[in-house]
Design a binder for this molecule. Structure first.
Ligand code: NI
Length: 253
């Protein structure tokens, strides 16, 4: 049993062959795909896609789009989050990769959406790029936090320990298969498998075997293989436990 816990198959890169890609994933043994709607122009497309069996959704406003926030959009988000196939608020968070991003605004929108998740009792899927210390500071301001995952984890093992202590899981993606991923390999070695989800974040971050091409949900196998190799565990065990972690976190049926 294997689950791609974070995919963007509604991305335009899949417009010509989306259903083939999804069929390939399910034929290769994937149990579920979690489709992430974090850009308002794609929200409806994600809601439509998640009507398919074995596809669940989550909705949120990505930190890169923090400046698009307004009350009308927030109300639409609340409405989408009430969909029966929607399992989480995400991806939400902080992204300091580019200098011109408004960090203060990102924090405000992040906090707003964490509060929303608490209000509706759903977990969060967190995007964090070059902002781990600030993300942890934001979390510390909450008396209680929702359950959730730090998706596409790229922090240090020390930062992983802090978020695990706060009750979060971490999501591992294609970069763990890259030759220069020593920091991430150390994280995988030391974090218990019960705290790990596997994901593709497709269409980006294709695993080494497919690097430079479009990533897709069926390639999540490569991530599970690499974790099995690093942790010296049977591949099947990595698939089953990470899938169970996903089912439990997102309360999948
Ligand atoms: Ni993503």
């Amino acid at each position: 049993m294997l689950i791609d816990s974070h995919a963007h198959t509604t991305d335009a890169h899949f417009d010509t062959d989306r259903q083939e890609v999804l069929n390939r994933a399910f034929n290769s043994g994937l149990k579920y795909i979690l489709e992430v709607g974090c850009e308002p122009p794609l929200w409806d497309k994600v809601a439509e896609l998640s009507k398919q069996e074995k596809i669940y959704s989550m909705f949120g406003l990505h930190p890169q789009d923090a400046d698009k926030f307004n009350e009308e959009l927030f109300n639409k988000l609340k409405c989408l989050l009430s969909d029966k196939k929607c399992v989480a608020v995400g991806e939400i968070g902080l992204d300091y990769h580019y200098e011109n991003y408004n960090r203060q605004l990102q924090k405000e929108i992040f906090v707003k959406q964490i509060n929303l998740a608490l209000e509706i009792n759903k977990p969060i899927c967190v995007h964090c790029r070059d902002a781990y210390d600030d993300m942890i500071t934001v979390f510390k301001e909450f008396k209680s936090l929702p359950k959730g995952v730090i998706h596409c984890f790229s922090g240090s093992y020390e930062q992983a320990k802090v978020v695990l202590d706060m009750g979060f899981l971490i999501g591992i993606d294609g970069p763990c298969t890259y030759p220069k991923s020593n920091k991430l390999k150390r994280v995988i070695e030391n974090v218990p498998l019960e705290k790990i989800l596997v994901e593709t974040d497709c269409p980006y971050l294709a695993p080494q075997k497919y690097r430079g091409t479009r990533n897709e949900p069926s390639y999540v196998t490569e991530v599970a293989k690499k974790i099995a190799e690093i942790k010296v565990l049977p591949f099947e065990e990595v698939c089953n436990i990470t899938a169970n972690n996903t089912i439990e976190l997102y309360n999948l049926k």
